[in-house]
Ligand binder design. Structure first.
Ligand code: DGJ
Length: 727
């Protein structure tokens, strides 16, 4: 059984494929997490429920026998505000009396098969019956009538669970949410390092590891999107833990807007983790009877270090997050014209690229920015989603037909959430752009943002996209988003609801994408935000691939791919070969093969040699497609361990083949280099494609490959493919 309730001990035990989580209902109704970690068979953890109560001025809550309990020293499932728990809160509700005190206590629970959806929000889902079981605990703040449903879903095939909450106003007075995080978790120790992913445009998801100590450490976004700067992911790992060993806890928020993820080490040496939507400028009015749904957070446990944690995230997301037509189907290998032409193209130039792509073996042509309105650079035209016939002579349906007649699919770029001040749309509807009264709006990349909280705006944009896609038969949309959100307000929201803007905005975006995919269920959506500025599980629910970075220089892009792999699978990672000058086409291919593969160049501008080489690359990618998309990833040498070289490996789930890539970023210092592989069957034998040599799995993993005589040159890279053979 995955979730068990022990009535006598008043505790729940939640088991996943590799972890256990135990919750206690205390005699006074407070809920605490007694244990979260590796799977344990025991269901009696009574001894672990007790905590010191004579502690540092701590107060005892009303209704509690003095000296037996204080939330201040207990691992709490809800971080109530204004009561005895003095740590960071996870929920803050301002009531009709003007205070924000709450004191949530257990009321009831239910255990359900499967996993309920969250209205309006992306969430993981049950893939097959029996995959998931869900515990819903209802707690209530008696004074205000606020109720919380805590949702815990366990996955029976993965060491993973999800958490989310619903807050309900069960009173006759209005309540105002000021904070509504997805979960609060207190771990019984603090000897962890915190890992997070930070970065910027062209350099997303850089790895950061530091010890946690007393006080608060964490990450956040206030940009109106999850952002390039911090990904909504953190992990805690044993101080001595590494890629293969040690306990690691990974936390990832299924949300694409402002967020916060904090760790707090308290005076008892326990660690609180809270994660959820950003509460810096957040408020939500809850009328009597209304409910608020938090986004969902994913919790992964590993006792095989970061590598084990990542592989669990990858399998989970491939099976229980990515969905739709393209979930497990081979997606078309594409060529995109952006880096090849930027805004300087007409229909003949695009057709020439498409023609070459077809001859070379590619499967889809994607027309990027610049095909619509008056858009010859990035200063105008966003919002005017009508083809520019001065560039695409004869119109879009004619061009798409020519490309499709070649036997290619056709993809098209939109930036649906944006509006240029220099556009017909803005001249007609200036109030459709987000803004606040009496204050000029800041401009980013010469553009403003459309108010996606408004239904009329969403209807209009959907209408334009619908016309373009249905009149052309486009197969793919690249959905871009290219600026931070400032002066965030809506002309339609009353002043006391402006604090709801950020959350309402992203709910509007999700609703719009949902309607688009309902209208075109076979459409392949590729997310994008100046590369990987909205590279989060919220977007992955809708777009099975996301353009991971605008950085297409293989030697530095590889770092972005390593960071992204902490929690996101290769299948979602858009990765292209471009004409960037620093690496050979072989190295660019080897790096781009770690993802959803494609090209981003104008073949007319590259050498005949390069064009010939590309022909061979495409066949290779087809051959390794399943291994890369659905195999297990092993990071052999990561940029955060070695600045000179990198190596990574995919192994299929049955351990019958493996693809190893090694890259020399800068000339290595050492001349002898043995690369030890991982994840193979030690008792099996594997043949290396290139020379037919056969090695045992044990040898490859313990002695390694002798790469000492490989060229030690900046930018050199090589792949090795092994297939299991009979001994
Ligand atoms: C940013 C994206 O990341 C690029 O790939 C390209 O689509 C440009 N926007 C177009 O403006």
């Amino acid at each position: 059984m995955s979730i068990a309730f022990h009535a006598e001990r008043q505790s729940f035990k939640l088991d996943t494929a590799g972890s256990s989580y135990v919750i206690k209902i205390h005699h006074n109704g407070f809920l605490s997490c007694v244990y979260y970690g590796a799977y344990i068979p025991d269901d009696n953890l009574t001894d672990f429920e007790r905590r010191h109560v004579y502690a540092s001025f701590s107060a005892w809550p009303p209704g509690t026998e003095p000296y037996t309990f204080t939330p201040d020293t207990c691992p709490m499932e809800i971080g109530c505000n204004g009561g005895c728990d003095m740590r960071q809160s996870s929920v803050r509700i301002r009531n009709a009396d003007g205070n924000a005190v709450s004191d949530f206590r257990y009321v009831s629970h239910r255990i359900e098969a499967g996993k309920p959806a969250i209205p309006g929000l992306p969430a993981l889902y049950e893939n097959e019956p029996g995959d998931c079981e869900t515990l819903v605990i209802t707690a209530r703040d008696e004074t205000t009538g606020a109720e919380m449903d805590l949702y815990y879903t366990v996955f029976t095939k993965h060491a993973a669970m999800t958490r989310a909450a619903v807050i309900r106003n069960d009173s006759d007075k209005e309540l105002e949410l000021e904070q509504a995080l997805s979960f609060c978790l207190d771990l019984n120790r603090s000897d962890f390092d915190l890992i997070s992913l930070h970065g910027k445009h062209m350099q997303e998801r850089d790895f950061c590891r530091r010890p946690i100590g007393h006080g608060i450490q964490g990450i956040y976004s206030r940009r109106g999107s999850s952002g390039h700067q911090f990904n909504p992911f953190i992990a805690l790992i044993d101080r001595s833990g590494n890629e293969d060993n040690g306990e690691a806890y990974g936390f990832n928020l299924v949300y694409s807007s402002n967020f916060k993820a904090l760790t707090e080490v308290d005076y008892n040496g326990s660690t609180r983790v809270i994660m959820g939507l950003g509460d810096d400028d957040f408020g939500w009015r809850l009328a009597p009877g209304e409910s608020f749904y938090t986004p969902e957070a994913v919790l992964v446990y590993s006792n095989e270090g970061l590598g084990g944690m990542s592989r669990t995230f990858h399998r989970l997301y491939n099976e229980n997050l990515v969905r739709g037509d393209w979930k497990r189907r081979h997606r078309p290998l594409l060529i995109n014209n952006w880096e090849g032409t930027y805004f300087d193209f007409d229909e003949e130039k695009l057709f020439a690229i498409a023609k070459w792509a077809k001859e070379t073996g590619l499967e889809m042509f994607v027309m990027d920015d610049g095909w619509f309105g008056k858009r010859d650079d990035d200063t105008s035209g966003l919002g005017d989603w009508f083809v520019n016939e001065n560039k695409i002579h004869g119109g879009l349906p004619a061009l798409v037909k020519r490309v499709k007649d070649l036997g290619l699919k056709f993809g098209i770029w939109f930036e649906p959430e944006m509006i240029s001040p220099d556009s017909d749309l803005f001249r007609a509807h200036p109030d459709w752009a987000i803004h606040v009264p009496n204050r000029p709006s800041s401009i980013g990349r010469h553009q403003l943002i459309l108010d996606m909280t408004r239904e009329d705006v969403r209807d209009y944009i959907l209408g334009r996209m619908y016309d373009i896609i249905s009149s052309t038969g486009a197969d793919y949309v690249k959905w871009d988003f290219n600026r931070n959100m400032t002066e965030a307000g809506s002309a339609l929201l009353p002043p006391d609801r402006q604090k709801e803007f950020y959350h309402r905005y992203i709910l509007g975006v999700y609703a719009l994408i949902d309607r688009l995919l309902t209208a075109f269920p076979h459409l392949l959506l590729e997310g994008c935000s100046g590369g990987g500025g909205r590279y989060d599980p919220g977007m992955m629910y809708y777009s099975p691939q996301i353009w991971c970075s605008d950085n297409t220089d293989a030697l530095s892009r590889v770092d972005v791919q390593f960071g992204s792999s902490l929690c996101y699978p290769a299948s979602v990672q858009g990765a292209h070969v471009s004409a960037s000058p620093r690496a050979s086409y072989e190295t660019k291919r080897n790096v781009a093969m770690w993802g959803s593969f494609g090209y981003e160049l104008d073949p007319a501008k590259i050498s005949e040699e390069a064009r010939a080489e590309i022909r061979t690359q495409i066949a290779d990618y087809h051959r390794y497609y399943d291994l890369i998309h659905f195999g297990d990833l092993y990071r052999l040498i990561s940029p955060w361990e070695d600045p000179y070289k990198a190596a990574w490996q995919f192994v299929d789930p049955e351990k019958t083949e493996t693809l190893v890539t090694v890259l020399i970023k800068f000339m290595m210092r050492e001349r002898n280099f043995f690369l030890r592989l991982k994840g193979l069957d030690p008792d099996a034998y594997y043949r290396l494609d290139e020379n037919g040599e056969v090695y045992s799995g044990a040898l490859l993993m313990n002695a390694g490959l002798n790469l000492s005589f490989m060229p030690n040159e900046d930018g050199f890279s090589k792949t090795f493919h092994f297939t299991k053979v009979e001994a």
